[in-house]
Design a protein around this ligand. Structure first.
Ligand SMILES: NC(=O)c1ccc[n+]([C@@H]2O[C@H](COP(=O)([O-])OP(=O)(O)OC[C@H]3O[C@@H](n4cnc5c(N)ncnc54)[C@H](O)[C@@H]3O)[C@@H](O)[C@H]2O)c1
Length: 474
């Protein structure tokens, strides 16, 4: 039977599994108490902007790429850079200089200096910091009247998810989670195929984050890869799907989650762990060779949707496996899958993968307009093969032209909530748990995400690419 996460259940879970939930602590705020939200942010459009002025917070491995991509867009000004490590700011200033941009104001005076950045006259705070900072920074940005774009996952707790929703609704500021995988080429094409009915009625989908990060997460003594080695801490303290949104986001869009459908309940199971400590032993990294509490290597979570579809989402960042986000969408007339090899099966063609020639025909017919328009330039600019550029371009394009964003705060909340819920389910013998309805009922009437495009003349690119070639959008 499905269980609503209430304070009562929380007390029960804690009693049963003291410590097992780690910092993911579920306090399960009652949606009823929050029902006064003044504005439905699904489909919300803020007034257009002449120029989009951006402050970027968090300039470690991820943040500088965003600086680089946005520096290529004509009507963007990166006016402020913030990191507790001045070196990250200095490196991003160099990126701006390389693009002929004015240097940005610097905020490097400790972990709370981002609050001063939020007081500047700017439009968007772009957040690429460790997970624990996402909610306070996004909330602080919105409370200061700025739109927030925040890296994945937007929150690691249910309370944090609600806080993002409430703040976005009460301030009328966007809060977009930067789920770049929704903008990958095959994922966009799948969405287009779904919208055009190629697969009939959808029944099931699969997504994953299977990506060995052991080398990043097992620094040698004294070494720091993630700042303060923040990521390993999460993996030591919590057992579940810690990073669900890359696999979930694209399939959730296909399934109209929060727009005609919603995640209703989930159940989750983690394997034992062996690969993480094996890697430590094989690389003589004694500090990780005999861990008492590292989470299970493979987590599998099953989500039931209100319209009846099921979703399987997996997480494994320790096993020596080939990279996969699976990305499988199936329906009554066919299915598509991206990993381990792109393929489509159609009822009309029998029980087989389409051959290369047939795939080419399909791709020509169903290519998403976004990749048709800016796919070539995205590949040149790069960022995970171009999807990061498509995401940033579309975000800035929508803000500049006063359009609703493709991903809203309800998506950020629902997709992220799978992390703490999966941990709670794992800790309670895979008990099935209700996924909160962050839209408070408006999922029934919210309009499905459309097949969107951009008009490049409305957000031209100015920069010259690394290879000295003018970037032109067809
Ligand atoms: N979407 C993707 O494909 C993708 C890829 C990688 C990382 N990420 C996400 O990006 C985020 C950052 O990851 P990363 O790999 O760059 O980690 P990182 O540790 O390399 O970078 C984080 C940066 O934030 C800075 N920071 C920490 N606390 C701060 C504070 N209070 N104020 C200002 N700066 C602060 C750190 O000094 C560091 O430079 C994470 O949320 C991660 O999940 C997303």
């Amino acid at each position: 039977m499905s269980t609503t996460i209430s304070r009562r259940t929380f007390v029960k879970s804690v009693a049963l599994t003291a410590g097992a939930l780690g910092y993911f602590g579920l306090t399960g705020r009652s949606p009823v108490a929050l029902a006064a939200g003044p504005r439905n942010m699904c489909g919300f459009a803020a007034p257009p902007l002449d120029r989009v002025r951006v402050g970027v917070v968090g300039l470690g491995m991820r943040g500088p790429g965003a600086v680089e991509r946005m520096a290529k867009m004509q009507d963007v000004d990166i006016v402020a850079l913030c990191d507790i490590r001045p070196q990250g700011v200095a490196e991003s200033q160099e990126i701006l200089a390389r693009h002929g941009r004015r240097s940005a104001r610097e905020f490097t005076r400790g972990p709370e200096d981002w609050r001063n950045l939020c007081q500047l006259d700017l439009d968007l705070v772009y957040i690429a910091t460790p997970w624990d900072w996402h909610v306070p920074m996004a909330v602080g940005a919105m409370q200061a009247g700025k739109h927030a774009a925040v890296e994945v996952p937007a929150s690691t707790t249910l309370d944090g998810c609600w806080e993002l929703v409430e703040t976005s609704e009460s301030t009328g500021r966007h809060c977009m989670m930067l789920e770049n995988c929704c903008y990958d080429f095959f994922e966009l094409m799948t969405l287009n195929m779904v919208r055009q009915g190629l697969f009939g009625e959808l029944t099931h989908a699969e997504g994953a984050y299977i990506h060995s990060l052991v080398e990043y997460m097992q620094p040698q003594p004294g070494q720091e890869i993630y700042q303060g080695n923040w990521r390993i801490q999460h993996n030591l303290e919590s057992n579940g799907n810690l990073y669900p949104t890359h696999g979930l986001g694209p399939v959730a869009q296909c399934l109209d989650v929060n727009r005609g459908n919603r995640f209703e309940y989930l159940t989750s199971m983690s394997s034992r762990q062996a690969a993480f400590t094996e890697h430590a032993r094989l690389t003589d990294n004694e500090q990780f060779a005999d861990l008492p509490s590292y989470r299970g290597d493979m987590n599998t979570t099953l989500i039931k949707c209100a319209r009846g579809e099921t979703i399987m989402v997996q997480h494994d960042t320790s096993t020596p496996r080939a990279y996969s986000r699976i990305h499988l969408v199936q329906g009554s007339r066919g299915m598509a899958r991206k990993w381990p090899r792109k393929g489509v099966c159609l009822h009309s063609k029998g029980h087989r993968w389409l051959d290369d020639e047939e795939m080419k025909e399909l791709e020509a017919r169903y290519q998403h307009p976004l990749t048709r328009t800016i796919g070539d330039v995205a590949r040149k600019v790069g960022g995970h093969g171009g999807m990061d550029f498509i995401m940033d371009y579309r975000l800035i394009y929508c803000l500049k032209n006063g359009l609703p964003l493709d991903q809203d705060v309800y998506d950020a909340a629902a997709w992220s909530a799978v992390a703490p819920l999966s941990c709670a389910s794992v800790a309670d013998r895979s008990d099935s748990l209700e996924v909160p309805d962050f839209t408070r009922g408006s999922w029934r009437t919210n309009r499905p995400l459309q097949i969107v495009d951009v008009d490049p003349s409305l957000l031209p690119l100015l920069a010259v690419s690394e290879v000295g070639e003018q970037l032109e959008v067809r």
